[in-house]
Design a protein around this ligand. Sequence first.
Ligand SMILES: [Zn+2]
Length: 271
Amino acid sequence: MFRSQYQIATVWGIPIKVHISWLIILLMIPGTLLFRVLIALGLFMSVALHELGHSFVAIRKGCRVREITLMFMGGAAQMESMPRRPLDETLMALAGPAVSVLLGAAGYFGGHFLMRMGLSYPGMIIYILGWINWALAGFNLLPSFPMDGGRVFRALLTPKVGRLRATFIAARLGKIMAVLFGLYGFLNEPRSWVLVAIAFFIYSAAGREYRVVQMEEAARRGEGAGPFWNPFRSPPEPPPRFDGGDDYVVISPPPYAKSRRAEHAEVDVEQ
Ligand SMILES: [Zn+2]
């Protein structure tokens, strides 16, 4: 039977699955087949470790991580719940980029070391993966909810305006930034359909998570317990029913726009 995703490992009881779309990455990386395979595998490990960084903190804060999926859109950690305290959410959001920053340093210095030892090809691969990890950290820290930076932004707003309104503002900013990513990808030369696709992904994920929080807050207040804040309607609607079936998804798209640098680096080494 054809399946769209395959479980490849289990870490801390979390199944790690790879979605078939991950193979698209092989086509997107420029260069020789060996180079593509090595970079794709390195990116795979990098995104998995980034998601495990988020998961580690989430588990420590009492949340259950259902699974980690690696797709061409990036890594996604599906969680049954999410840390509610702003400090806990900030720690969880920053843990992924923190892992990526450390991996970036290991790749940068490790790659340099190998190249100085005369191992120029493996050194170059490790060095490029170092930069990819730094780019992964940087891209995910943009305040574009529900990416990591957007989660930190929401956590900063929550004590001032409450969780629901903070999520609304963060999701709105996330959508605006997604539109800008999409326009940038579309107008860029060469046109980056991948960035356009990631923009759609972020845009819809922002709206989806806002609806989850909206239902969750309605359930916390008790159905029919009075009007709850809804930015769209006046007078407020009765709260929707909370079915509890929706997971939170921590997404971490990879920085595809940086792949051109890898192409130039490989050309430099081969010359
Ligand atoms: Zn992340």
